[in-house]
Design a protein around this ligand. Structure first.
Ligand code: HEM
Length: 462
């Protein structure tokens, strides 16, 4: 039934729809095609057809878990050699998914989050210490670089009792370099015909194997140290992975699966949050009036308390809207795939056979004028105040995916990012560099490229 779905006009033999495509920006290319071809379209790449979807109505239909489920495809499938049957990359039928989900879900309960809060504050203090020093030295700050340090240290500390020492290093930690390498490689694999990848990407394939070795090594060292210490005494994610016996089945995670979960959480637990914080800081610097309103809220809700309590973070309603609005325009995990569980018809229009799948382009779903209005490209946090949310159809805001396989770390990310934005707004005035234009780096995830801000220390209150 593909023939009724529009595709780009100039198809090349063998290569397919690759004219004008840039292997460094597949997502932005897909957005360009989306604007030209409509809410459901297809692209042929090296003889394979891919269907892309972004219409609000279609996305709502794809959220129906009785007819659709997560599909492990493209970028996610390319990460299988790194993360295997870890939570993010597991196939729905792999039994380790349910086991690990049940073992780890309590690690994101309210109680668990309240315990992480104190550690998050600690890591945030390392960031502000670093920014104070940069400011004193008259330098601008490297936003994506520093947000990556912050979020890596946060997940390492809260989940695994580990310290990568990111803020004490001039260069990114080798774990981060290896991770960026594997993400970039997984993205590049989509740009060559699969059977030819070992030949066309020979050097990159070798580097990728070395990167995976490095990730495994780092994680094996970390796990060994924990086993020797006999637990952290805090019941963090790693303790849960090593010690929990499933209450119903009596199973435990195998050593091999633990390694994959640790890599999964270290990567999924920081890369996308770092991007989300970076985009939010970009928009705050570009919109001083919005920043002023957000800061007034922080001052009002937090007063001059030295450190906000756990409960005080969720009370930053406007700061949270700034974050949501940033994730609307640039959802940092910018797509997820859905497959039909049985023969069905998508949104009453497109017949799909069991197992057929489509990639949902979240940045375009988040701009569909049918759901978001004609000014959908404009940054406006008020789209997330309660009446505006109620007035919109459901399932049109999906930065964390959908259904049973949606993000397990959503509350963790939102708490961390809201807390950090609050702390930064309270401490600094953020100034954009005068000629900065938003450009986006893609490595499966999205990140603002070369974003630097000039800081000014606020004198009052804290
Ligand atoms: C799954 C986005 C933060 C761990 C997902 C998915 C998305 C997503 C879209 C679903 C992918 C799919 O359907 O294929 C984000 C964004 C984040 C974020 C935008 C930050 C702003 C985190 C954090 C953690 C985390 C902080 C861990 C602490 C995971 C895991 C999965 C996942 C383990 C797989 C869940 C499963 O399939 O059972 N995330 N995430 N994420 N995320 Fe996140």
């Amino acid at each position: 039934e593909l023939h009724r779905i529009p595709h780009p006009p100039h198809r090349l033999p063998l290569l397919g729809d690759v004219l004008g495509a840039d292997r460094r920006s597949p997502l932005q290319d897909s957005m360009r095609y989306a604007r030209a071809l409509g809410r459901v379209y297809r692209r042929r790449v090296f003889g394979k057809e891919f269907v892309f979807t972004w219409g609000a109505r279609q996305a709502a239909d794809l959220a129906d878990e009785s007819r659709f489920a997560k599909h492990v495809g493209l970028g996610v499938a390319n990460l299988r050699p790194v993360a295997g049957d870890g939570l993010f990359t597991a196939y729905n039928h792999e039994s380790n998914w349910q086991l690990a989900h049940d073992v780890l879900a309590p690690g994101f309960s309210r109680e668990a989050m309240a315990a992480y809060h104190v550690m998050m504050l600690d890591v945030a203090a390392r960031l502000t210490g670093h920014w104070d020093r940069e400011l004193a030295a008259g330098r601008t700050v490297d936003v994506p670089g520093d947000m990556t340090k912050l979020t890596l240290e946060t997940i390492a500390r809260t989940g695994f009792g580990h310290d990568f020492g990111s803020f004490e290093r001039a260069r990114p930690h080798p774990f981060v370099t290896a991770m960026v390498g594997t993400l970039t490689y997984a993205q590049r694999l989509n740009t060559v015909p699969a059977p030819l990848a070992p030949y066309l990407l020979r050097a990159a394939t070798r580097r990728n194997a070395a990167d995976i070795d490095h990730l495994n090594q780092t994680v094996d060292d970390l796990v060994r140290a924990r086993r020797e210490a006999g637990g952290s005494g805090q019941g963090d994610l790693l303790d849960r992975m090593l010690e929990t016996v499933h209450p119903v089945t009596g199973e435990r995670l195998s050593a091999r699966n633990v390694r994959r979960q640790v890599i999964t959480f270290l990567v999924a637990g920081h890369e996308t949050t770092s991007g989300a914080l970076s985009f939010a800081l970009h928009y705050l610097a570009q919109h001083p009036r919005i920043a002023e309103r957000a800061r007034a809220e922080v001052d009002r809700v937090w007063g001059d308390a030295a450190a906000p309590g756990y409960e005080q973070v969720a009370k930053l309603r406007y700061v949270r809207r700034v974050l949501d609005e940033s994730l609307r325009l640039w959802p940092t995990a910018p797509a997820f795939a859905r497959e039909a569980r049985q023969d069905t018809v998508l949104a009453g229009e497109h017949p799909m056979r069991r197992g057929a799948w489509t990639l949902v382009l979240t940045p375009m779903l988040h701009r569909d004028p049918e759901a978001w209005g004609p000014d959908a490209e404009r940054f406006d946090p008020d789209r997330f105040d309660a009446p505006a949310v109620r007035a919109r159809p459901p399932h049109v805001f999906k930065p964390f995916g959908t259904g049973a396989r949606a993000c397990i770390g959503r509350q963790f990310a939102l708490h961390e990012a809201t807390l950090v934005l609050g702390l930064l707004l309270r401490r600094y005035d953020l100034h954009a560099e005068p000629d900065y234009r938003l450009r986006i780096t893609e490595r499966l995830t999205l990140m603002p490229e070369g974003l630097r801000l000039r800081l000014e220390r606020r004198t009052a209150p804290a």
